[in-house]
Design a protein around this ligand. Structure first.
Ligand code: IPM
Ligand code: MN
Length: 406
């Protein structure tokens, strides 16, 4: 009886919330769904409203109805988002919404906070034959192409993204800060209205969650090391706590995995020296954001950078590129859809459809290795509508090639 109902659960059609967002988000998402369908993934898709349009016309880029869709269906594929600074955002609001005190904030950051999607995974793996792979000079002027296989674990909700910040802080905050001797020493003579403060708060609970997720992943997929990439020599409390907790967790439960410790600045320099040496990397929110873009640059850049935002119940999968508004209205789309497709593979892994994920990844590998179908970025062309006339594959042609190789 039990096994029957389990079987039924597995066969039940899933509903995925599709969140195209802005700009090229829609085309990469639609093409990705085409791949999913051709790969045999059986699902329904419901579209959620998110992004610039909803900011302009409703004053909210992340409407409550979208939150409800995610509450209901739990799993989402997310395209891309346009973000603009505070004042630019305010000036594009519908006139009827002016003077309501609305302040724009990024809806993807909003989703991460709302659903506590605190574990962000960003794998960066070299595809053989990708002309965008990082190369460097080796001995005797030889050319080396290191094979990179890194998974970045970014704490996704706290730190500098926690949103606890002020310009001209209220008196009670000022007084609290003034209890710190360093505040008095370094900032004591600054008028309060000249102070801007962004806090970097780490909690033990979330720090432990991201660290354990990193170690568990390393252990499951056979990575030999976990590197904490922070700055504990200067940022003693938060970075320091993360590294200390990593030492404790490693000693107690993961003694077979090496624990390394790098500073974010040095790590960025080592990107070009020895990126092949790293396995799993774990960092707080801001440094995780930085180091993941750094590694993405070595494997082909934004067209290849995928991510998973995981909470206890809800999970959102997104390419880490932006919405590229200037390419959004081309008659034939030129953008590389692979980052979105890789993100969909992370989704498939997450929901247990690992075989389908494997098929899609191996098809992407074949198309890249084959080298006949390449989007403009892979041909090192400057993006323009004209790249198609120079032999670049369109988004659809790249998708077709991937589908043919499934
Ligand atoms: C990312 C992006 C976002 C972030 C932006 C768009 C808010 O850079 O997902 O890496 O900073 O987290
Ligand atoms: Mn980023």
């Amino acid at each position: 009886m039990k096994s029957h109902s389990k079987l039924f659960m597995n066969m039940q059609k899933r509903t995925i919330v599709s969140l195209p967002g802005d700009g090229i988000g829609r085309v990469v998402l639609e093409e990705t769904i085409r791949v999913l369908e051709n790969a045999g993934f059986n699902a329904d898709y419901v579209e959620g409203d998110i992004g610039w349009e909803f900011w302009k016309h409703e004053g909210n880029p992340l409407p409550e109805r979208t939150i409800q869709l995610l509450e209901q269906h739990k799993i989402s594929l997310f395209g891309a988002i346009t973000s603009k600074p505070k004042d630019a955002a305010a000036s594009e609001l519908d006139p009827s919404l002016h003077e309501k005190g609305l302040v724009y904030s990024s809806p993807i950051v909003g989703l991460r906070q709302h659903f506590n999607l605190d574990v962000c995974i960003r794998p960066c793996r070299t595809y053989k034959g990708n002309p965008l792979n990082f190369i460097r000079r080796g001995q005797g002027n030889s050319i080396e192409e290191p094979e990179i296989d890194v998974a970045i674990f970014r704490q996704n909700t706290e730190g500098l993204y926690g949103g606890v910040e002020w310009s001209n802080p209220p008196e009670i905050v000022y007084k609290g800060l003034a209890t710190h001797p360093k505040f008095i020493k370094n900032f004591g003579d600054v008028p309060v209205e000249e102070l801007s403060i962004s806090t970097r708060i780490f909690t033990k609970k979330a720090t432990e969650r991201i660290l354990r997720a990193a170690f568990e992943y390393a252990s499951k997929f056979g990575y030999k090391s976990v590197t904490v990439c922070e700055k504990p020599n200067v940022i003693r409390e938060t970075s320091g706590m993360m590294y200390k907790m990593a030492q404790e967790i490693q000693a107690a439960d993961f003694s077979g995995i090496e624990l390394w410790n790098t500073n974010i600045d040095a790590q960025m320099m080592w990107l070009t020296k020895n990126p092949e040496n790293y396995g799993v990397i774990v960092a707080g929110n801001m440094f995780g954001d930085i180091v993941s873009d750094g590694f993405a640059g070595l494997i082909g850049g934004l067209g290849f950078a995928c991510s998973a935002n995981l909470g206890k119940e809800v999970a959102v999968f997104e390419p880490t590129h932006g919405s590229a508004p200037k390419y959004a209205d081309y008659p034939v789309s030129i953008v590389n859809p692979i980052a979105m497709m890789e993100s969909a593979c992370l989704m498939l892994d997450h929901i247990g459809e690992t075989e389908i994920a494997k098929r899609i990844r191996s098809s992407i590998s074949k198309v890249i290795l084959d080298g006949k179908v390449r989007t403009y970025d892979m041909m090192k062309l400057t993006g323009s509508a004209d790249v198609i006339n120079h032999g670049a594959a369109s988004t659809m042609q790249m998708t077709d090639a991937i589908i043919e190789n499934l």
